[in-house]
Design a protein around this ligand. Sequence first.
Ligand code: VG1
Ligand code: CO
Length: 545
Amino acid sequence: MQIVKIDSTPFNGQRPGTSGLRRKVKIFQQPHYLENFVQSIFDTQQPLIGGTLVVGGDGRYYNREATQTILRMAAANGVARAIVGQGGLLSTPALSHLIRKHQAQGGIVLSASHNPGGPNEDFGIKFNTANGGPAAETVTEAIYQRTTEISDYKTLDNIETDLDHIGTSRLSGMQIEIIDPVTDYAALMQTLFDFDCIRRLLRSNHFSMRFDAMHAITGVYATHILEEVLGAPAGTVINRRPLPDFGGGHPDPNLVHAHELVSMTQGHNGVDFAAASDGDGDRNMILGQNFFVTPSDSLAIIVANAHLIPGYQKQKIDGVARSMPTSQAVDRVAGKLGIDCFETPTGWKFFGNLLDAGRITFCGEESFGTGSNHVREKDGLWAVLFWLNLLAVKQQSVATIVQDHWREFGRNYYTRHDYEAVDKTAATQLMQHLRNRLEALPGAQIEGHTIEYADDFAYADPVDNSCSQHQGIRIGFTDGSRIIYRLSGTGTQGATLRVYLEAYEAAPEKQQQATASVMAPFVSIARKLAQIAQKTGRDRPTVIT
Ligand code: VG1
Ligand code: CO
């Protein structure tokens, strides 16, 4: 097997966004495109040379080809050992766990998460460091800088690895271990949750559930854990077969894209519990009968009830963190527990240092992401198992648990409006226009609400003191409500403007209103303040979650 050096020239724009480098498949298929990025990882991440690398993806179109390319390049660059999920498959949280379990020097995730897949859709690549988490900004910046000056890459002459059979083989000097993608992850879950208790619930005649794998990676994990290990009736997991194009859908677990599942919870005969995950298995949506749990509430409820769950009874809850646009529901729980609550920029990479330093035990994002210190990624099935364990212990409905929580802590009404694929220049101008007005806003009265503060969110990491600027425009009102604007860092078409809205209601008798009507005044303020219609030509969002 010959190691070859291939001449190459830089591509523009290989800077990773919120979660890795995401582009159309067609862009990744250009000769040298993927290779340049991968070589830039090896060039800048020296510990990988002679070290261990974990590789896997969500099974989307181009996953296999990319896995082969990465393995050839890893061998040619002197990686000693590669651990690869069978078929090139690994969920994002499972990959994170494997890095930690094997003390690997890093991992490569092939996924564009909740973005659609297929020859004309999206692909993505993300590098995770030795802690199991997404690389910090300093690392992704170094990789990006390297892509701007790259002149060649190392690979092996055309050789393919058998990805489908579990076992160990060699590729040039590198050992390749093809492993079952589910086994280690399932074992980790058993250390955290009371499987016997969940089993009783799932087998009871008084309880029904569905899990929607959305034809993505969690089909494999959920079928094994929920049906085979925990004994849920066959058919509990729907859309279980991972498909390269996710069956043509968006593998995005929200009320819009998981409508099939949502309809199963509706009406008098709706199931008691339903959940869905995304393309790469790190997101989750939690539903009860006729009831939707916002991700922000889910985080708060998880923290408030951690003492009921075996894996967290054993440990002290160090603190919690939420991304800035996530509702402040968890802040109130942290206040009551007397623990720290950190507000970080959007993206899981910002939780890594806090988790590693033992400053937080749980963290989450409004974008259907929740997790804990068991791995360094958000974890969809973990959240589902947490809820199942909670339902089994409390013997109450999802709605009762959430409503009781609101009564105790108050309710943070929450909604997010996305304006997708808007013109990039227009979106940038809209943000700049807001930024220019920030100083003038505090004290201003708009439609009966007074602005208390307005800023461009910057985060100083308390562990390594690194600073991240321009992480979203934050506008807070004197009554505790907030409007936040930011541009997505995961889209592949134009720009996506996200507007996050939150309003707090302490009075129990006012906690049963429809979110849309409570949020309507803030939606109107948000549109006016940012001149969304004038600047983007859009009079309504494309997705509301
Ligand atoms: C979105 C979400 C963010 C999440 C990121 C990755 O980013 O808002 O909270 O961490 O996706 O999620 P953005 O920049 O488009 O708003 V996923 O499931 O990739 O792995
Ligand atoms: Co994801």
